[in-house]
Design a protein around this ligand. Sequence first.
Ligand SMILES: NC(=O)c1ccc[n+]([C@@H]2O[C@H](COP(=O)([O-])OP(=O)(O)OC[C@H]3O[C@@H](n4cnc5c(N)ncnc54)[C@H](O)[C@@H]3O)[C@@H](O)[C@H]2O)c1
Length: 315
Amino acid sequence: MRDTVVIIGGGKMGAGIACCAALAGHPAVIIARSEEKAALAKKNAAANIDELVEAALYTPEQGEKAKALLAAGTDAAAFTDSACLVIEAIYENLPLKQDMFKALDEIFPAEVPLCSNTSGLRITDISEKCEKHLERTVTTHFWFPGHLVPLVEVVVGDRTDIEVAKAVKAELNRWGKAAVLVKQDKPGQLANRILQAVIREAVNIVEIGLADPEDVDTAVKMGMGIRFPVWGPLEHIDAARLDLCQSVQRTVLPEITARQDPSPVFAEHVDKGEIGYESGKGIYDWSVKDMDTLAKNRNDFIIYARKFMTERGLL
Ligand SMILES: NC(=O)c1ccc[n+]([C@@H]2O[C@H](COP(=O)([O-])OP(=O)(O)OC[C@H]3O[C@@H](n4cnc5c(N)ncnc54)[C@H](O)[C@@H]3O)[C@@H](O)[C@H]2O)c1
C-alpha cells in the first residue's frame, strides 16, 4: 500500500511537515544529505509531536503512535514503491529545487504528487527541468511553525493537473490542516499577498509619522488580528454591509499607500546593517525587547486558538 509521506530536507519546515504527516497516521520519512542530519531532523519532528501532546492537542497515545511512524534516511529512491506523497522542503533556491524536482520526477511513479514547500518561488519554474510528469507537481506551502499553523496553500502551477492539486488539498485537510487552493501560480501565492498589503501600510504609517511602531503592532494585534482566526475580511465586509465598505474605500484608499517598491524605511535600516532581530536592531531595538517571550506567546496563542477552533468544529 502507498502510504508513506517522503519529506525532502530536514530543516525547520521538514521537521514540522513530518510531524503533521505522522500525526495523520502516515509513515513519514525525512530525507537529508547525511545520516546525522536525518537523525537530527527526526529528533526535531519528535520534539514537535511532544509539544503538541504537551499542549493537549493530541493524546500521549496519539503522540507515541506518531513518533513510531517517523523515519529518516538519505535515499529517496528507497521509497518509490511506498510513497503516496513527496514534499520537498530544501533551501529556497531555484536551481537547487529544479535539480531536485528533475531527480524526483525521474524516480517516483506518475501517481505520486511531487510538492514543494516553497514560500516564494513558482512551482511552474521549479518543475521546469522535469521531463516526465509535470502534471503532478504542485506547491504545498506550509506556514511556519509548520506543526502549529493550520494553513497550507496548495498552488496550481501552469502545467499542474487541477485534479492532482485538489486531491493534495483534500489529503492535507484530512491531516487536520486548513488547506486552501490557489488557482494561479503568482508571486505571493495567496496569504503573502494579503500579508504584504498589511506590512506595506504598517510601514507606511510609521514612515509618515502617523503612529509609532509599538502602536501599529498593537492596533493590528488587538484590533483586526484578534478577530481574524474566526472572522475573515470578506465575511467582515458582508457583515458590515458592502455599501458601507464601498463608501469607506472611497474615503480611505486615496489616503493609504499604493507604492510598488519597498518603502525607504527598509533601506534606512538595511544600509546600516540593521536587519532586525538577527542584528539586534531593526524597527525595534532587540537589546531591550525579548524575542523568546514573543515567539512563545505566538506559539501558545496559536495552540489556544486551535483548541478553540477544534472545540467549535471550525478546524
Ligand atoms: N522557515 C520558514 O518560515 C518557512 C515557512 C514556509 C516555507 N518555507 C520554505 O520551506 C523550505 C525550507 O525552509 P526551512 O526554513 O525549513 O529551511 P532550513 O534551512 O531550516 O532547512 C533546509 C534544509 O534542507 C536541507 N537540504 C538542502 N539541500 C538539500 C538536498 N539537496 N537534499 C536534502 N536536503 C537538503 C538542508 O540541509 C536543511 O536542513 C524553503 O523553500 C522555505 O522557503 C520556510
